[in-house]
Design a protein around this ligand. Structure first.
Ligand SMILES: [Zn+2]
Ligand SMILES: [Zn+2]
Length: 122
């Protein structure tokens, strides 16, 4: 009988997509929008990586907002130069990209419990 990598007494329910090891249904869950099979160990690594990445993206996004506002104000109050306007446009695109990435990473961290085919038939 194939068994779980963590529990030698538990039968294998599936294979983690990320580390390729076999696990029981308790050690696995469905991750992200694609319902990828992921083990608890990989999730921990993944979560640490993404959490720091999300934080960094938030800093970029808010810095981008500040720059965009500054350039827009500069355009309105002072120079009326197209350079400030272009800068503000680029800044707002950067902000949007960072928020899209944050959303994607948050979706990727969503999990659902995994129920193997055998368990469904019980
Ligand atoms: Zn894994
Ligand atoms: Zn297990």
């Amino acid at each position: 009988m194939e068994t779980c990598f963590n529990h030698t007494e538990a039968a294998k329910a599936g294979t983690c997509k990320y580390c390729g090891k076999d696990y029981c249904s308790e050690c696995l869950f469905l991750q992200g929008q694609l319902d990828s099979l992921m083990c608890k160990n990989c999730y921990k690594v993944y979560k640490t990586k993404y959490t720091s990445s999300i934080k960094r993206r938030y800093i970029y996004a808010f810095a981008g907002i500040a720059i965009t506002i500054m350039l827009a104000l500069l355009y309105i109050t002072h120079d009326h130069s197209s350079l400030s306007l272009i800068g503000a446009a680029i800044g707002s695109c950067g902000v949007a990209i960072n928020f899209i990435r944050i959303r994607q990473m948050k979706m990727a961290l969503k999990t659902k419990p995994y129920i193997s085919a055998e368990e469904k038939n019980l």
